[in-house]
Write a protein that binds this ligand. Structure first.
Ligand SMILES: NC(=O)c1ccc[n+]([C@@H]2O[C@H](COP(=O)([O-])OP(=O)(O)OC[C@H]3O[C@@H](n4cnc5c(N)ncnc54)[C@H](O)[C@@H]3O)[C@@H](O)[C@H]2O)c1
Ligand SMILES: [Zn+2]
Length: 359
């Protein structure tokens, strides 16, 4: 079992990564000072595969465990389904020592964390992420959220989990497209932080795509280490954490302009990373060779690397500049200076954005 400690003072927690460890969750939870009542929050897709394993392991250790299901999909990550979970907790008599377990992808993780942070002013929760994206990104860092009809992730809190429990075996049932999407974030960690890790990803593509368990454990571990190192430096996202946004300024604009329906998150971020690297290259910060390496690696992992041709240029520029980080018509971006080293808070305006989409 691999272990990473996220250092956040009294809110510190561990990320444990292994293969085939879902049936050991109950035993691990005995180490925490929590009550007997625990509830798994999941959706029918994930619960169909994995809920029994987790439930049985909890019951075996004497926990009074139940399962709360919400429908599968980003549109259900909202206040109303959050309210539904809160209602179930009240009905079942959950108290301040009771614990929630998020079993699913980022949608389940975000809404469960949000509910845990507000139920009786905050109860403990455990993340059991089951998508690659959730294992390397959303389950680590303590950002919780639900969507509002006026904006994605607009309602949320910072609430750290008591434990993140990763079973790479749960990725066996994940679709290829979702798997590739998660890999985009893994490649991002290489670009923003660790050129050796980037090389490793380039050189071990076949094993990774075969979902070899040992290699999955290795890449998830390194990704979580990098994310937790960044988060420990800047828990509340004031400055340094923006480094994690590489690829996301342009990626989010693409998601918005395609109504979050054409691309999965990692796919949009892949295009974003290529174009933000291209910007760095055009401005003379990033070598052409390194830019090509980033593009080639993403492409070889089956990710899109071209801006969709139907995207309206002025709508695209507007969408980026509308970003909440816009200052006097300029946006602050993180762009690569080389693989493994980023320039933070680089100001970009309309002119530069036009140059990158015009080629
Ligand atoms: N809190 C954060 O820091 C943070 C960071 C990044 C993303 N997010 C959020 O994460 C969400 C996206 O997460 P996601 O990409 O995991 O999407 P998701 O949770 O919607 O999961 C994708 C699909 O895969 C299915 N699935 C999950 N695990 C499976 C498995 N093991 N086998 C088969 N199917 C499985 C799900 O049911 C769903 O249909 C977004 O809401 C985003 O805002 C949060
Ligand atoms: Zn992302």
């Amino acid at each position: 079992m691999e272990k990473i400690r996220v250092e956040l003072g009294e809110r510190s927690y561990e990320i444990l990564i292994d293969s085939g460890n879902l049936s050991l969750v109950g035993e691990r939870l005995l180490r925490f000072s929590i009550g007997k009542k625990v509830a798994i929050v999941s959706n029918p897709t994930v619960a169909g595969y994995y809920a029994d394993r987790v439930l049985n392991s909890l019951k075996k250790e004497g926990f009074d465990a139940s399962l709360i299901l919400i429908p599968d999909g980003e549109i259900y990550k909202d206040y109303f389904w959050g309210y539904h979970i809160l209602t179930r907790l009240l009905e079942m008599g959950f108290d301040r020592k009771s614990c929630l377990i998020a079993l699913g992808g980022g949608v389940i993780g975000d809404i469960t964390g949000f509910v845990a942070s507000i139920y009786m002013r905050g109860i403990p929760y455990v993340q059991i992420p089951t998508t690659l994206l959730a294992q390397v990104d959303s389950s680590v860092g303590g950002k919780t959220a639900v969507n509002h009809s006026l904006g994605k992730n607009m309602i949320g809190t910072f609430w750290q989990p008591a434990l993140v429990w990763i079973d790479v075996e749960s990725l066996d049932s994940l679709s290829e497209r979702e798997f590739f999407s998660g890999l985009a974030e893994v490649i991002k960690y290489g670009v923003i932080w660790d050129s050796e890790f980037f090389e490793f990803l380039t050189n071990n593509r076949e094993k990774i795509l075969r979902r070899d368990k040992d290699i999955l454990i290795a890449i998830i571990k390194r990704s979580c280490e990098i994310k937790s190192e960044v988060v420990s430096k800047d828990e509340r996202d004031n400055f340094f954490r923006t480094i994690l946004n590489y690829g996301h300024s342009i990626g989010h604009a693409i998601e918005t302009l395609t109504n979050y329906s054409l691309y999965l998150h990692g796919e949009a971020i892949s295009i974003g990373m290529v174009y933000e690297a291209k910007l760095a290259n055009m401005l003379g910060f990033l070598d052409t060779e390194e830019f090509e390496k980033i593009r080639k690696t993403l492409k070889e992992y089956g990710l899109p690397v071209e801006m969709p041709s139907f995207i309206d240029k002025s709508a695209f520029i507007k969408a980026i500049l509308l970003d909440k980080k816009n200052i006097h018509g300029k946006i602050r971006m993180v762009i690569p200076e080389s693989i493994g080293k980023m320039k933070i808070n680089f100001e970009v305006g309309e002119e530069e954005l036009l140059r990158i989409i015009n080629g």
